[in-house]
Ligand binder design. Structure first.
Ligand code: HEC
Length: 115
């Protein structure tokens, strides 16, 4: 019984270390790729991003993050409205180079920072 308890505690600590480092990684990936232009709670070059995960369509969000330029060219109304407000057109292949894994981590970070 003592060993069983010990084992449970060990398992629990391992899990919590694993999940907290996953969280930390998502934040790091966000800061490295988006942090120069975005804060969660304050506007920088671009708008603050708290709650954006809940407020936008998920497919739209992914496509926008990776390449809003092409959405602008396709006259996506929300993309055009954002551009008209911020006037920067920053989300293109020059500024954003993240792979699918990093995109997932960033989306998880945005999801964690709810309204
Ligand atoms: C070079 C600066 C820059 C970088 C880097 C950047 N953004 Fe942006 N982002 C902006 C600006 C400026 C806007 C406003 C739209 C415009 O000006 O066209 C914006 C708009 C957005 C929007 C739309 C907000 C809304 O209300 O729907 C999201 C989401 C977003 N960015 C997420 C990200 C994520 C995630 C990253 C990192 C992978 C990132 N951005 C990297 C500058 C940047």
């Amino acid at each position: 019984m003592k060993y069983f308890l010990f084992f449970i505690i060990l398992l629990f600590s391992a899990c919590s270390i694993f999940f907290s480092s996953r969280k930390k990684n998502s934040k790091q990936v966000f800061l490295a790729n988006c942090g120069m232009c975005h804060g969660i709670d304050h506007n920088v070059v671009g708008p603050k991003l708290r709650g954006v995960y809940e407020n936008r369509d998920k497919k739209w969000l992914q496509a926008y993050i990776l390449n809003a330029d092409s959405m602008y060219q396709a006259k996506d109304s929300l993309t055009v409205a954002l551009y008209n407000k911020w006037r920067f057109e920053p989300h293109n292949k020059k500024n954003i180079s993240i792979n699918q894994k990093e995109l997932k981590q960033i989306l998880r970070y945005l999801k964690d920072n709810k309204q």
